[in-house]
Design a protein around this ligand. Structure first.
Ligand code: GSH
Length: 207
């Protein structure tokens, strides 16, 4: 399987982690969004990352790809078999992208991408405002949802993958979850990002 997309993207990271967890072999091509690469564009009609090409089967969108690999290689299961567990896992998958990553990306842009990559000053006040106003309530919510090592059903899965993936970008922005204020969340993030599947995905080339 070929996986397209920079590993710096949390949604690409989701796909790499899922493949690592399942032991599915892949070739990673770290293209940027909208890259003028004909093979990538054939796999991603909208030019978005991630996308895959599996023996000619092309698919974009991290959630669709996670569903595909779950059917392809059911063990270890990353989506619970029961209705409520599966629904909750999909909720956290959506929450990770639509709520958490969207708000966290402001911090990542201002504190990592601008100063480190684009070599322009970031707006620190904007980043702090995003942390205080938009991210703190999401951290409160996650703190209320964590009662063990995994978000859903007592087993590691797509919920953990999708919610933990953006937290590495927060680390790149030099922000750690305040363990005094959100002890369960801080512990869960550290434990999850330490899994070998995450460590390997994080080490994958970004460019
Ligand atoms: N729902 C999609 C989102 C994909 C997405 O928006 N990826 C971003 C990179 S993080 C992208 O390629 N953006 C470029 C664009 O929107 O043109 C997924 O989960 O794969």
């Amino acid at each position: 399987m070929i996986v397209y997309g920079s590993s710096i993207s949390p949604v690409v990271r989701k796909v790499l982690v899922a493949l690592n967890e399942k032991g599915i072999r892949y070739e990673h091509r770290p293209v940027a969004p909208q890259a003028e690469d004909a093979e990538f564009r054939a796999a991603s009609a909208m030019g978005k990352i991630p996308a895959i090409d599996h023996d000619g089967f092309r698919l974009a969108d991290s959630s669709a790809i996670l569903d595909y690999v779950e059917h392809l290689s059911p063990q270890p299961a990353l989506i619970p078999a029961d209705a409520q567990g599966a629904a909750r896992a999909r909720w956290f998958d959506k929450f990770g992208e639509v709520e958490l990553d969207r708000k966290l990306s402001v911090v990542f842009l201002e504190r990592f991408l601008k100063p480190r990559l684009f070599k322009v000053p970031g707006d620190d006040a904007l980043a702090q405002q995003a942390l205080d106003t938009h991210l703190a309530p999401l951290f409160d919510y996650l703190e209320s949802q964590i009662s063990g090592p995994f978000l859903v059903s007592g087993a590691f899965g797509i919920g953990d993958i999708a919610v933990a993936a953006p937290f590495h970008n927060l680390r790149l922005a030099q922000v750690e979850v305040d363990a005094a204020r959100w002890p369960k969340l801080a512990g869960w993030v550290a434990l999850t990002l330490d899994r070998p599947a995450f460590v390997t995905a994080i080490a994958a080339p970004a460019w």
